[in-house]
Design a protein around this ligand. Structure first.
Ligand SMILES: *Cc1c(COP(=O)(O)O)cnc(C)c1O
Length: 239
């Protein structure tokens, strides 16, 4: 094994142990939680090693980095998730490789995704990104729709050709009433998911929890955790 492969294997084992322990503590089956490895800022070679180590779900947040990486890894059995703020002019590119977009937060984006998914002859899974710190604008600082906007946006996705409504995603807020309380934020997301599933029973994905707070997300009921740093290492600061 190369040094990097050994490092990634060790980190993956530690994350796996954390997820398993969190599931056990919550009385949940390990299979109820899927690990998505966030590979942003790390090279395609790392993605290849992760694939060899059994990772099947990877996530990226910037199209300009993700598009060439996904192309370089097109031979691997991976599902690609897009988790970053998404501008409509990047949608055609993202639809070219992403199986799921977790950052759907406005109707203009839904329209663009639907148009490009249809053009590409693909079905794109959509998670609505929920901003639990949304101010009066109804949008979060880092994107996301306010809880009050979920129902309307969900109906729009569900009625848009080429798109599949898969559930909800959030990032623990740094500001507002949930700042420093990730577990409470994830419990709120679960309540919103319960509401959503009344109208859209198949939209049962709940994506929450990162390296620092995955235990709280698993305890709250998340079905997917998105882990970068704990697997790949501390990222150099992005400019
Ligand atoms: C970077 C990122 C993650 C992973 O964060 P870590 O703290 O590195 O685990 C998860 N979700 C989103 C949306 C991200 O941008």
């Amino acid at each position: 094994m190369t040094d990097r492969r050994t490092e990634l294997a060790g980190n993956l084992a530690k994350v796996e142990e954390r997820i398993a322990a969190a599931c056990a503590a919550a009385g949940r089956k390990r299979e109820e939680v899927t690990l998505i490895v966030v590979t942003k800022t790390y090279p395609a070679d790392d993605v290849r090693l992760l694939s060899e180590l059994g990772v099947r779900q990877v996530a990226e947040n910037r199209d300009q980095d993700a598009a060439p990486k996904a192309a370089a890894c097109a031979d691997l059995p991976l599902s690609w998730h897009f988790v970053g703020q998404l501008q409509t002019n990047k949608v055609r590119s993202v639809v070219g490789y992403a199986d799921l977009v977790q950052s759907v937060d406005r109707s203009r984006l839904v329209d663009a995704l639907s148009k490009e998914a249809e053009r590409a002859g693909r079905e794109v899974g959509c998670l609505l990104q929920v901003a639990l710190d949304a101010g009066a604008s109804g949008r979060g600082e880092r994107g996301g729709v306010a809880p009050g906007g979920i129902e309307e946006l969900a109906d729009l996705v569900a009625n848009s050709p080429g798109l599949r409504l898969d559930g909800l995603m959030t990032v623990a807020p740094l500001t507002g009433e949930y700042a420093g309380r990730p577990r409470a934020a994830f419990e709120r997301l679960m309540d919103l998911s319960t509401d959503l599933r009344r109208a859209h029973p198949a939209a049962n994905m709940v994506s929450a929890g990162m390296s620092a707070d995955l235990e709280g997300a698993v305890a709250a009921g998340a079905t997917h955790v998105r882990v970068g740093t704990a697997v790949l290492g501390v990222r150099p600061r992005l400019g």
